[in-house]
Every structure is written in C-alpha cells, then in structure tokens.
Design a protein around this ligand. Sequence first.
Ligand code: GDP
Ligand code: GDP
Ligand code: MG
Length: 400
Amino acid sequence: MPQALVETLFLGGIASLLLGLLVCIGIAYPRALRDRALERRGDETARAATPPPAAAPAYEPPPLEIAEPIAAEPVVEERPPAAAAPPTPAPAPPRVAPDYKRGLRISRKAFIGRLQNLLSGKGELDSQTLEEVEEILFAADLGVATADDLLQVARSASSPGEVTARLESRAVEILAGLPPAHVELAEPVHVILVVGVNGSGKTTSIGKLAHRYMTEGKRVMVAAADTYRAAAIDQLAVWAERAGVDIVKGTPGGDPASVAFDAVKSAPTRDVNVVIIDTAGRLQTDQGLMDELNKIQRVVQKEIPSAPHEVILVLDGNTGQNAIRQAQEFSRSVTVSSILLSKLDGTAKGGVVLGIAQEIGLPVRYVGMGEGVGDLYDFDAEEFARALFAPADSGEATPS
Ligand code: GDP
Ligand code: GDP
Ligand code: MG
C-alpha cells in the first residue's frame, strides 16, 4: 500500500474520531447543563426522569410527522434546557397558601358586608328583615337552589346575630361535600385538556398552571389547539415564554386535533411530564364545537390510550349562576374531571362556588385570583367558606 494512502487513511480516521467526540459533547453538554440546573433546585423527581448523558448519542429529535387523517403542520418550540430552570434556586412553592380573604374582597362586600349592615342593630328577625336577607342571598348569584337552602337556614336562626354564623356553617358543610380534587400525575406523560366558553380564562389559567408545574420541577408542554384565532396562538406563546415551557403550535385555521395529537406524540421523546392542551372557547350549545372536543380526545387517545388524564373546565366567576349551567352542559359532552374557577378577584359572585358544589358536584380544583403567573391557587373548601363569611374589614363593610 502506498505511503500516501496510509497517511490519508490515518488522518481521516483521526478526523472522524474528533468529529464523533464533538457531536457527543454537543449532545451531552446541554443535558448535563439541565441536569445541573435541576440538581441546583434539589429536584430529584425531574432529574430521575432525565436519561443519563451516556445514552445521548442514540437520541435523535423525532421527526414531527403527522398521522394520516390530520392535515395541519404543528410546530414545536422547545425551550433551551437552561431556560427550564429559574436563574436562582427556587424551592417548590407551597401548594396551598391563598389569601382567599383578599381574593374574595369584592364578594364579601356584596354579600356578608350587606348582611352585616342589615342585621347589626336589628332586635329581632322579623319578616321584613328576612325578606331583605332573601334579596341579598338571591342577588349574590349563588344559584336558586343554594339561595333557597341558605334562606331556610337563615329562617331557622333565633336572632339576627345568629344568621351569619348559621349561614357560614352551612356553607362549610356544602363545600365539604365536594369530592376530593387531588390527582396523581400519570406516568410518563400526564395530559390535561382545558375547556370552557370564550373568555372564561382558559389560556391565562394554562399559563399559570404551566408555571406551577414547571416550578415543581416538571417539564411542561402547552399545545395551542385553539387554532381558530391567530391571536389565541400568540397569547399562549406569550404565556409559554413567561412560564418557561415548551409550546406546540398549529397554523391559524388548522385542525385543533392535529395540534393536540402532535403535542402528545412528541412529549415522551422530549422528556415532557405534563402536556396542557388549550382549546377554543365554545358555547355549550354549539354541537359542532362540542364534537370537536370529542375529536381531540379521540385523537389524543391514539397515542396515549388513558389520556386525557384530566379535563379541566374553566368557569368565569363573574358569570355567577350561569357558570352552573355551563358546567351541566359541558358535562354532557365531555367527562369533566374538575373545575377551575377564574377571576374571583374581580367579582362579587364568588359565592357561586356554593351553587357549583350543590348543583354540580364536580370537584373544584383551582381558583384564579389575578392575572399574574402566580395567581392560581388550590381550592380549599373550609378556608374558602370561612373567607367568604369572614367579617368585612372596617371600610369594607359598606357596599359601594
Ligand atoms: P380564554 O378565552 O378562555 O382563553 O380566556 P383568557 O385566558 O384569554 O382570559 C380572558 C381575560 O380574562 C383576559 O383578559 C385575562 O387576563 C382575564 N383573566 C383570566 N383569569 C383571570 C383572573 O383570575 N383574574 C383576573 N382579574 N382576570 C383574569
Ligand atoms: P357563525 O358566525 O354563527 O357562523 O359562527 P362562528 O363565526 O363562531 O363560526 C363559523 C364556523 O367556524 C362554524 O362552522 C363553526 O363551527 C366554526 N368554528 C367556530 N369556532 C371554531 C373553533 O374554535 N374551532 C373550529 N375548528 N371551528 C370553529
Ligand atoms: Mg384562550
């Protein structure tokens, strides 16, 4: 063999070895970065879910091919691993630390504040007073059955001073009757479908929820299956950025089910623990759009038969007892697993939780009390009832 050929082969061999080494480092290093970031947050769970760097050369981002009946071309935007961790080590936030009293300020003013004004200084519970109690109860938009229930409780009080205490214990009782809302995350991927009427707060709540799972060390992906308006996709993208999570987007006007499908399909290969699917707002009476929800469910089940593991219905606290009707109607088309009650901070109708508990019986899992990324709280029945009936603070008792 000629000397020149041997030399060329030798140099070529060294060059390929170097190239291979660089590729390995290129793949393993970002993973090591992420592992380090997770380690800094002391999160064992998320770390365990990350395959060791040694397996890295076998890793190949999956091609985003779309299954046969699905037409749109979803785009996956993966955050760089380092961005998945907050810059400073943050301990997981407590799951229940809501300031319900603050969040329910307006509701208390319109409800307990008015009751207090009416009852203080009254000597006895005459029929005139009871009529005014009735008026306040019905104005609180709790739902007719619940307002009636509470009115009976008020009637049974022996003095005006006893009314609010009796109402409060009845409220605690009603909310305590709700089924538990806690859900264990499915392994390896937990899929959450978020539904509700237009403007109820779905996208905002998804942003908050994504942020929350992320700070708990989960890798989160949101899916913009509200393809009806381009602005809806952008809005979710802004929230994904804010929360530091991955997003799968479709094209405006594309098939929502295809986006959901793509998210669920690509999640396992991207080490995603939680997929949250945003959907277009729909009226409970629009059968076509309700069928679309069923299609999303069907398509998602092709990839993960047990999915969606949760269907969260977002109800706007401002809608009062209309929220009860929405819950009833949505339950006819999809199996709602729990309710997220949004915008409680801006409404006088927070008491609708009582109506939801009494007339729907679905667990209330979360309450939204603000537009910030941290304004989503676990629902705690007892604390919530106590806050709803807490004496209005001075300066708060007079309805404006
Ligand atoms: P969607 O149409 O169901 O996705 O609803 P969006 O998430 O777009 O929310 C509709 C509006 O409600 C937006 O202006 C949100 O900022 C606002 N919103 C959502 N949740 C809350 C909340 O908990 N408190 C307040 N004050 N506003 C909220
Ligand atoms: P219209 O003004 O009463 O015709 O109703 P819309 O403007 O709300 O919707 C027009 C068409 O788009 C209807 O056939 C709806 O079924 C459909 N549509 C409305 N919203 C959505 C959505 O969120 N997703 C999809 N895929 N189709 C929708
Ligand atoms: Mg939305």
